[in-house]
Design a protein around this ligand. Structure first.
Ligand SMILES: Cc1cc2nc3c(=O)[nH]c(=O)nc-3n(C[C@H](O)[C@H](O)[C@H](O)COP(=O)(O)OP(=O)(O)OC[C@H]3O[C@@H](n4cnc5c(N)ncnc54)[C@H](O)[C@@H]3O)c2cc1C
Ligand code: SF4
Length: 436
């Protein structure tokens, strides 16, 4: 599926790129600030363990091709990760400069400079290994499966991705905030990854509906489950079926791959306190909605969303109501207001503390369903709280089956999915008789 399959007038296109790209001169200056630590803490903090000092040194010495190869060798999704990784809590957060009171090295921006240069020049680094005659089926076409399929090809195994949507990339295409990365960039990345050859893609195929798990098990020598998370969790309060009340991830997908209407909307309520809620708040503000309020049942200190993302949302004009719970969405056909109660420290409603917020748009960001359950009917596979249980290499208790990404870790970051997909490929390779 080509990047051009997305319409040019989709809503996400009005967002500009919030971090911006380095010029060659800026990249050189930043690269030359690096202390090139041995045993660098940033490498440990990156789930894919990119040799960060090495790729930065290669930028500093003008070896851009070598720099990009170092990144992609560890993480084939290095281009999107450079844009979407929460570097503040990963590599950049662990840069030794933080302890010296000196601004940390902007690893994400340097990685972006290097990987963008590779994409612009259409550099390719990896070839498929000699054909082993083995085939692996991968359920889902998100970062976990893409990383797994690419690594499997390097070992010479054939891979078939079964993706229920029309496009690959998973939440990289449909979920991440457009000021970090737009959908067309994610599709460009998937094409680049598929460029290794020998990865068959079957889009529009929902495993469990169009093809059974047992079919895949029979057809392939091994199966990787990388289906991510499912649909938005509902509030289950009156009025949730009113027009303009949406599950957050569903609305974000519509905004990124098509158009959402915010015409005439003056106020938006976002329910939740995680990173998806924080993205929604900034997205609603960015689309031009004047009053955007995040309603969260806990305190600011206890929210699961990153503090730096909330600070950024505040700077973009968002406000929050802490320790508040919506009890009904009200309106005539369309939502007009959200009725809430205040909560005490133990999250119990405080009598007589009703709060009514105007809302032309409500986005419910309180979590997503878990898809691991669909594997629980296969003997030997353990599923806990909806997550597939595996060993460190992604192997389940059933011989042919591995899993990785959000369906295994409960919902982390793209870089975790990339790391788990790659680790699973290496374990699958051993299972198929490989020794490397
Ligand atoms: C709103 C939002 C914003 C995010 N922002 C960031 C961010 O800024 N930075 C970051 O690092 N991470 C972010 N994340 C998290 C990140 O996107 C995920 O951790 C990552 O995409 C997980 O990859 P995955 O391959 O496991 O799953 P997914 O990306 O969810 O991909 C799974 C794929 O499987 C497909 N699928 C599901 N069921 C089936 C089936 N039965 N048959 C066939 N196909 C199926 C789905 O359609 C999907 O394409 C965000 C998540 C959300 C929800
Ligand atoms: S992949 Fe992400 S965490 Fe790892 S070095 Fe790159 S930006 Fe940092």
């Amino acid at each position: 599926m080509a990047a051009s399959s997305l319409s040019g007038d989709r809503s996400e296109t009005i967002f500009s790129d919030y971090k911006g790209e380095y010029t060659r001169e800026q990249a050189l200056v930043e690269a030359n600030r690096c202390l090139f630590c041995t045993d660098a803490p940033c490498v440990k903090a990156c789930p894919t363990h990119i040799e960060i000092p090495q790729f930065i040194r290669k930028i500093a010495t003008g070896n851009l091709r070598g720099s990009a190869k170092t990144i992609f060798d560890a993480n084939i999704l290095g281009m999107s990760c450079a844009r979407v990784c929460p570097v503040e809590v990963l590599c950049v957060g662990d840069c030794v400069y933080n302890e010296m009171g000196v601004p940390p090295i902007q690893i994400g921006k340097l990685q972006r400079f290097s990987t963008d240069t590779a994409f612009k020049n259409e550099w390719r680094f990896f070839e498929a290994g000699p054909d082993t005659g083995k085939t692996v089926g991968l359920i889902g076409g998100g970062p976990a499966s893409l990383a797994c399929a690419h690594e499997l090809r390097r070992f010479g195994h054939r891979a078939t991705i079964y993706e229920k949507r029309a496009r690959l990339g998973g939440l990289n295409t449909t979920g991440v905030a457009p000021y970090k990365m737009k959908a067309d960039r994610s599709l460009e990345e998937t094409q680049w990854i598929l460029g290794i050859g020998g990865i068959e893609v079957k889009t529009g195929v929902s495993v469990g509906d169009d093809v059974t798990l047992e079919d895949l098990e029979k057809k392939h020598d091994a199966v990787f489950f990388g289906a991510g998370l499912g649909i938005d969790t509902a509030m289950k309060v009156p009025g949730e079926d009113l027009q303009n009340v949406f599950g957050a991830v569903d609305w974000i997908e519509k905004m990124k791959t098509g158009r959402v209407s915010v015409e005439g909307m003056k106020s938006c309520v976002v329910v939740g306190g995680g990173n998806t809620a924080l993205d929604c708040v900034r997205e609603a503000r960015g689309l031009g909605i004047e009053r955007v309020t995040m309603v969260y049942r806990g305190t600011e200190a206890k929210m699961s969303g990153y503090a730096h993302e909330w600070k950024a949302a505040e700077m973009h004009g968002a406000r929050a109501e802490w320790q508040v719970l919506p009890v009904a969405f009200e309106g005539h056909g369309k939502v007009e207001r959200v009725r809430c109660v205040r909560l005490d420290a133990s999250k119990k409603p405080i009598a007589g503390t009703e709060l009514v917020l105007e809302a032309d748009l409500v986005l419910v960001a309180i979590g997503q369903s878990k898809l691991g359950e669909m594997l629980s009917k296969l003997e030997g596979i353990k599923v806990e709280k909806g997550h597939v249980v595996t060993d460190d290499d992604g192997k389940t208790g059933r011989a042919k089956w591995s899993a990785g990404g959000d369906c295994r870790n409960g919902g982390k970051e793209v870089v975790n999915a990339a790391a788990e997909g790659k680790a699973a490929a290496r374990a699958i390779h051993q299972f198929l008789g490989g020794t490397k």
